[in-house]
Design a protein around this ligand. Structure first.
Ligand code: APR
Length: 273
């Protein structure tokens, strides 16, 4: 990797902070999957630049006529490049690096805004998908989630096999409340964090973007941004790694392992390797 010296220095700082922290979490966004070929929403080439950001009425339209919503969903070919990318995408080195950090105890929980399932495919286990997962179907009444192949779409709208509530795709729509179970877990994790990695997100969509601020307010958390561009949180971040996550995160894992080996794990949770 030909990362500039300034990026390498920031990664060393980040690694030392992670080793000394007691509870590190991460907030991931679309930039994490850019190197897997999935377009981002904002910034150069962003989907919202091409199609315009959806309005906040999508969920109301679903509630008003769920049958029509499902019929449109199953027939339309909206944003074909996104649909094709989601089907073809594979985890990139950034996803696998987060799995490594989790396995060496350097990352306690990952909140992702991405619905592409790539973190799970890479092996992340302690994860909250705050905007849902496109491979799942969710009941809006009991919040139970099903794999797509578990639900018959012969009759629309499909009904929940558990509580006969309405089913929709798990992906959270604009104007739709974040499912309470996932929101609660995200807030709990933020409240425990004394270090938050902010990875590949423009950090402008709430409540996800509030999570690093919650950790900072409650615990004085150190905020570490990894993104090739500035974001809405850059000015409040303590460490900024101006690089793509697919290149920077594997280097961060190497630096954390090195720091673990030599570093005094002061009250941290990491075992020196
Ligand atoms: N590595 C890291 N970050 C990258 C990379 C990369 N290779 N390429 C682009 N980025 C950054 C961009 O600089 C930008 O800051 O990824 C970010 C993408 O921002 P958005 O497109 O706004 O994506 P995100 O922040 O995840 O959007 C949040 O908005 O539309 C909703 O529900 C959607 O979950 C999404 C939410």
């Amino acid at each position: 990797m030909t990362l500039p010296d300034s990026v390498r220095a920031a990664l060393e700082d980040a690694a030392q902070t992670i080793v000394e922290a007691t509870y590190v979490t991460a907030l991931a966004g679309a930039g994490m999957s850019a190197e897997s070929g999935i377009p981002t929403f904002r910034g150069p080439g962003g989907l919202w630049k091409k199609y315009g950001e959806p309005d906040n009425l999508g969920y109301q339209r679903f509630l008003k006529d769920p049958q029509q919503w499902w019929e449109e969903r199953l027939s339309e070919n909206q944003m074909p490049e996104m649909r094709e990318a989601l089907e073809k995408a594979e985890p990139n080195p950034g996803h696998y690096a987060l799995v490594d950090l989790e396995r060496i105890g350097a990352l306690r929980h990952l909140v992702t805004q991405n619905v592409d399932n790539l973190h799970r495919a890479a092996g992340s286990e302690s994860i909250s998908e705050i905007h849902g997962n496109h491979t799942l179907i969710r009941c809006i009444k009991c919040v139970r989630r099903f794999r797509r192949d578990e639900i018959s779409l012969d009759k629309l709208p499909p009904e929940c096999p558990t509580c006969d509530g309405l089913l929709k795709t798990d992906t959270v729509m604009f104007g739709e409340p974040i499912p309470p179970d996932v929101l609660r877990r995200c807030q709990e994790e933020a409240a425990l964090s004394d270090c938050v990695l902010i990875l590949g997100t423009s950090a402008i969509v709430y409540p996800a973007a509030a999570l690093p601020e919650v950790a900072r307010r409650l615990n004085g958390a150190t905020l570490i941004e990894i993104n090739p561009n500035e974001t809405a949180l850059t000015e409040v971040c303590d460490i900024v790694v101006r690089a793509p996550t697919g290149e920077a995160l594997p280097e961060l894992v190497t630096a954390v392992r090195r720091a673990q080996g030599h570093g005094e794990v002061s009250g941290g949770i990491l075992e020196a390797t």
